[in-house]
Ligand binder design. Structure first.
Ligand code: ZN
Length: 261
């Protein structure tokens, strides 16, 4: 079980529970996570959803060692596109549009695919040790599958972190508006709980429509269409890597791990 699920006081808490692997995401973890979101969305007892992570880090991103599903003999762009459409695009969009407020609690590293878990949440509270990064340009790819970067950070900072691979601190992320609040690491769970409890006292339909108002405004501005088309830009990175090396990414993993330390 990679995901823990709990409901108390109208708050569903979904916990990434793979701390020994820094909550790296394999197919099983993401499928379980999606099931938990669906459960919270459908449970009439639940007013607010909290997404949190066990351990030192929120998520190290996609598990490059795979796991959860057998790897086919020959990797094609069609297979990559199919798997990533489901888990890295449709899942994130679905979570974003769950008609209940959600809060992500982020500590430690949140790398690449980690952003696909917290960006879809309505609010993000970060511990003061949180660091957000998307270093996939090192792998010959233009950014993770779900392009929240430009929306969350604005075009210049989005380009800077993509071009350099550097991590944003929690304070920097708060300054751009990507993070609502930065709190001491020891207070992360209690602060998020207090915020969730406060929101849970509000009328349900008002919350639902407030969320829809903001998301709909972003969609009218092009969010949905941009997310879809940049997903395809992302896939050209995999296509190029496959044509060059026969593998979906370019840089070898050890070099990448060393670079993002
Ligand atoms: Zn990808």
């Amino acid at each position: 079980m990679y995901i823990l699920y709990d409901v108390a006081d109208k708050i569903a808490t979904i916990t990434l529970n793979r701390p020994d692997a820094a909550n790296a995401q394999n197919a099983d973890l993401l499928n379980e996570l999606d099931a938990a979101w669906t459960r919270a969305a459908e449970d009439p007892e639940v007013a607010v959803i909290v997404l949190r992570a066990e351990g030192k880090h929120f998520s190290a991103g996609h598990d490059m060692r795979g796991g959860g599903e057998p790897v086919p003999d020959k990797i094609t762009l069609e297979l990559i596109y199919q798997a990533e459409s489901k888990r890295y695009l449709e899942y994130s969009l679905r979570w974003r549009n769950v008609p209940k407020p959600s809060i992500a609690a982020v500590q430690g590293r949140c790398i690449a695919g980690g952003l696909l878990l917290c960006w879809p949440c309505d609010l993000i509270v970060a511990a003061d040790d949180a660091k957000f990064s998307d270093p996939v340009v090192m792998m010959g790819i233009g950014g993770v599958e779900y392009h929240g970067h430009t929306w969350e950070l604005g075009p210049r900072l989005a380009k800077e972190i993509l071009f350099t691979g550097r991590a944003l601190t929690a304070d920097e992320a708060a300054k751009t508006g990507m993070v609502n609040k930065v709190v001491p690491r020891a207070d992360l769970d209690s602060e998020v709980r207090a915020l969730a409890e406060q929101i849970a006292t509000m009328p349900r339909f008002g919350l639902r429509q407030a969320k829809r108002a903001v998301n709909q405004t972003l969609d009218v501005q092009g969010f949905y269409a941009a997310i879809q088309s940049v997903f395809d830009v992302h896939q050209t990175g995999h296509g190029n890597a496959l044509s060059v090396s026969g593998y979906p990414i370019l840089t070898n993993l050890d070099e990448m791990k060393a670079a993002i330390k």
